[in-house]
Design a protein around this ligand. Sequence first.
Ligand code: CAA
Length: 412
Amino acid sequence: MNARPESSVGIDAAAFAGPRGCLDLADLAAARGIDPAKFLQGLGQRRMAIASPCEDTVSLAVAAADRALSAFDIDPGDIGTLIVGTETGVDHSKPVAVYVHELLGLSERCRTFETKHACYGAMAGLTASMDWIASGRARGRKALVIASDIARYGLGTPGEPTQGAGAVALVIDRRPRLLTIDPSRIGDFTRQVMDFWRPLYSKVAFADGHYSIRCYLDALTAARADAVGPGAELLDDLAACLYHVPFVKMAKKAHQRHLEIERGAPLDLERDADRHLLAEDHGRRVAPWLELNAEIGNIYTGSLFLALIDLLRQAADRFAGRSISLFSYGSGCGATFCLGEVAEAASDWSSALDPADDLARRRMLDITDYERFVRDGESADTAESLDPAAYGLGEGLFYVGTVDHQRRYVRG
Ligand code: CAA
């Protein structure tokens, strides 16, 4: 029995799907002549998921959504809105979402579109879906929001160790089984900044890396203030704080800012007391839920929700009925800060949510394979025929080339 009021809205189902290959960051560091400690401790990353040319935003999105719908026993016919948030579109005009709509076999009575705002598209889709449900327009139907991205930076650039790939599918509904989101405490922020961008002619992103970190932290301050007021004290009531995770260390910088907002003064990490405060609070409210991010890397718009999956798979029972904060940041920039409450029975779904078996089955790429995937990926959009087996792929839905300017997908 779910005791939640009929008016509660939030995340009813979730699942992650990623590519089959991954790269160990110690191998990348060795290949680039960099101290591995910079990637492992300095950025907090262990591995990053690497998509082959046959694994694109569409195939990853379909895999995640298939998993969410079947694990949570949701009839595809009940989906009335489908939104794919992505930075990594496959066409200037045609949305990823419409391919996904067909491949999932959703009803034609479904509003379907793509949202783009760097890493912010899925949060935009989530709040738009909540509004759609609250307005009454959903008429009992659910929204499917999929975050699907492949993070690509140039070889040898500072961004290279912060790549990753994968999709998170979320079903948004009334009386959600996983997380209720409080619509009265959602705060937004937008400012035009050139911190990270990807021009139409480029497969790889450009970033003003250190500036992007400052933009992210300023957006956190502003979106949080919009959600709860600049002076509000929240942390005592929060079981966990989830942030957008371009690399694991970024969430620590974000949490430091969060603590500084609450106490109204900067932390001085030269002082033992301040260092201890950050280590203890971050170790309790943030760090435990970054295991998946450390293994998978930056999946852009899904990164925040990957941390949510990590929290729910590990601690849904302990946190039932407790509040958590969520902060989504998309460069460029747009951000949202909001508060959620873990559902009483969320722990019933902990194992359904857990991608650990898939991660254990991943294929570890060496640097030669990784660079081949990158090189082949540069021409994949115009290749007539791609063979998934050439990239070690077996069963699944894959992009197999473009014929007559039309992308082809095959389920193998
Ligand atoms: N051992 C241990 N730690 C080391 C080390 C070593 N040998 N060498 C360096 N480090 C530490 C540094 O001290 C630093 O830690 P702190 O930030 O805590 O001081 C960390 O490792 C990184 O070192 P640098 O800052 O020198 O690294 P860099 O200049 O090469 O690049 C980066 C770091 C700017 C994050 C780069 O990876 C980048 O540009 N990434 C892409 C942009 C990005 O992710 N921005 C995040 C905010 S924007 C956003 O969130 C949207 C999005 O998804 C892109």
